[in-house]
Ligand binder design. Structure first.
Ligand SMILES: Cc1cc2nc3c(=O)[nH]c(=O)nc-3n(C[C@H](O)[C@H](O)[C@H](O)COP(=O)(O)O)c2cc1C
Length: 159
């Protein structure tokens, strides 16, 4: 049976929703860890490791980056999938995806994807609402996660 660990970071829950969709599409045992709340267990028994987070002012969550930096050599021995949730326009989002992970891990990964994004407007503070309104043009809750992209990502991990 294949063993997959998903380690993710989220602020408002979009990544968590994407991970729920992804988990349903994977086979075997899947362990899901929100790194904002708990430390991931040892990786040794897992063959697949999926790492993902969301982008705030151009950057993925620091907690996830630090974990990756610390475990890079072990991660390079696994089948890796990398993803982000990000709301910027095409081109910028691709750059954000590349810059969110170490180059070696990015090249090693069997799949890397932008799953889309959500705006959890009701959950945001005053400043976040201003930023989202001014830069992204959203003034209410919004969801644009791509089921097709999550599906092909899951297929690539399963292959
Ligand atoms: C204050 C703020 C700043 C953001 N900055 C960026 C950004 O620089 N680039 C981007 O692509 N998306 C940006 N976003 C959009 C988030 O990445 C997107 O809403 C994502 O789905 C949030 O994921 P989460 O709910 O898991 O935290 C920003 C959102 C907020 C609220």
């Amino acid at each position: 049976m294949s063993m997959t660990m998903i380690i993710y970071a989220t602020k408002h829950g979009s990544v968590e929703n994407a991970v729920k969709l992804l988990t349903e599409k994977l086979e075997g045992k899947v362990t899901v860890i929100n790194i904002m709340n708990e430390d991931p267990p040892e990786l040794n028994e897992y063959e697949n490791v999926i790492l993902g987070g969301s982008i705030y002012v151009g950057k993925i969550q620091k907690r996830l980056s630090k974990y990756i930096e610390k475990h890079l050599s072990e991660l390079l021995t696994k089948r890796i999938g990398l993803f982000i949730c990000a709301a910027q326009e095409e081109g910028i989002r691709e750059k954000e995806l590349i810059e969110s992970f170490p180059e070696k891990l990015f090249e090693h990964a069997v799949c890397k994807e932008i799953f889309g994004y959500e705006i959890h407007y009701d959950d945001m503070n005053f400043i976040e609402k201003k930023v989202v309104g001014a830069i992204l043009g959203h003034k209410s809750n919004y969801s644009e996660l791509s089921d097709a992209k999550i599906d092909s990502f899951a297929q690539a991990i399963r292959a």
